[in-house]
Ligand binder design. Structure first.
Ligand SMILES: [Zn+2]
Ligand SMILES: [Zn+2]
Length: 410
């Protein structure tokens, strides 16, 4: 009752005020006051309007005109580097190996990039972070995102040096974190900030990028364990339109279940022409071919650009039709990638790719030794891996318990 007695006089006063001043003192032609976009005005029964009521309906996500999204899978030979632009904002994901830093700098300059909102170093391997130090030195960088992964690689050390020089503190990402780039949305799917993988590749930052109805998945070099986690976590959605194929299409990073879950309409493989690892492997290519995925490859097509308006995706080149797997034997015998050894000796090489001249790779954990092009080599934990430039006899003299790998028969 008390409430009612207060409300009634208030309504009466409002009605009088409305009748007295509604529309008074203003010319008919004067436009109505600007109404906030999201405001919805509703006519009430007991208040007669003197001005037209404007009902602004909230725009739905599908109707909204989005600023265009560009994803540039830059050809950096054997490695990864992706530039993503949306509206006035840009980010880079990895920067190829050390020799590609300047080429990436020039590419960004040509694209009119002045600053990068995010720099993502998916994992510390040389073919991913090698060129990023140049990018950090040359551009204003908002946030630098790294995974929870300790590494002694020289490339990672250089990356840290560049951040220190510019006064940047990197942010260690965590599953579920969300970021925005123009009208695009980013969600971190892996790794967790608390959990560490024994393999550097598995620490790779995996994220999805959503732009209207279009979606992209970035996977770094994750092999099977993180992929399984992604498949079975009900909170993580990896069903996207464009898949950046994990680990350059390596067989050690292939499980059918992952591709079933992603069911990509398009796939992009970033790898070097005639690379010594034999990327991409036929298992991956057969899978993609079998499900009708349109494939793009930097080793065949150079830099590939995907353009999204939020509804459809257009690529800068026609899909690859060769379905040609990499052949490590051909790559090695051609002499293009492995030079004749000039210096002999033992060195700890903690980067992903054995350097030219390396004759054997020894795993101090399993005590096995491999040919440098063996597919197992990239899976050896950096701290366990010793790259050798020596004869077989010298190797066995230095590591008497070493056993040859059964896969590559060194
Ligand atoms: Zn890689
Ligand atoms: Zn890697």
């Amino acid at each position: 009752m008390k409430k009612f007695s207060k409300v009634v006089p208030a309504i009466i006063i409002l009605c009088i005020v409305g009748a007295l001043f509604g529309g008074n003192g203003k010319s008919k032609d004067e436009p109505p006051k600007e109404i906030p976009r999201d405001t919805v005005m509703v006519a009430s029964n007991d208040f007669k309007p003197t001005r037209p009521i404007i009902v602004v309906e909230k725009e739905t996500e599908n109707d909204k005109v989005l600023s265009k999204l560009e994803v540039h899978y830059i050809d950096v030979g054997q490695g990864d580097a992706t530039l993503i632009k949306c509206g006035n904002e840009a980010m880079i994901v990895d920067g190829g190996n050390e020799s590609k830093g300047t080429a990436i700098q020039l590419y960004l300059k040509k694209q009119n990039i002045k600053s990068l909102k995010y720099v993502v170093a998916t994992h510390p391997d040389a073919d991913h972070v090698g060129g990023l130090d140049v990018v950090i030195y040359k551009f204003d960088c908002g946030q630098i995102l790294i995974p929870n992964c300790e590494s002694n690689t020289s490339s990672f050390h250089q990356l840290q040096q560049s951040m220190k020089a510019k006064g940047y503190t990197p942010h260690v990402v965590d599953v579920g974190e969300k970021y925005t780039l123009g009208d695009a949305k980013i969600e971190i799917l892996s790794p967790s900030a608390e959990f560490t993988f024994s393999d550097t590749n598995d620490s790779s930052i995996v994220f999805r990028l959503d732009h209207g109805n279009n979606s992209f998945l970035f996977t770094g070099d994750v092999t099977i364990p993180p992929q399984q986690a992604l498949i079975y976590d009900p909170d993580l959605d990896i069903d996207v339109d464009v898949l950046k194929v994990p680990h350059h299409g390596a067989a050690t990073a292939y499980i059918k279940g992952f591709y079933d879950e992603v069911s990509p309409k398009y796939a992009v493989i970033s790898c070097g022409k005639g690379n010594r690892y034999g990327h991409p492997r036929k298992e991956v290519l057969n899978d993609l071919k079998g499900r009708g995925t349109k494939l793009f490859r930097t080793d065949e097509q150079g830099t590939i650009v995907a353009l999204s308006d939020g509804k459809s995706i257009v690529f800068s080149s026609e899909p690859s039709e060769t379905w040609l797997p990499g052949d490590s034997a051909v790559a090695d015998s051609s002499g293009n990638t492995i030079e004749t050894p000039t210096t002999k000796g033992f060195q700890h090489n903690l980067s992903e790719a054995p350097k030219a001249g390396v004759t054997y790779v020894y795993n101090s954990n399993t005590k096995k030794f491999h040919r440098p092009n063996c597919s197992s080599v990239t899976d050896i934990k950096p701290t366990n891996r010793v790259d050798l430039t020596c004869t077989r006899e010298e190797l066995l003299a230095a590591y008497p318990s070493a056993k040859p790998c059964k896969r590559c028969n060194p």
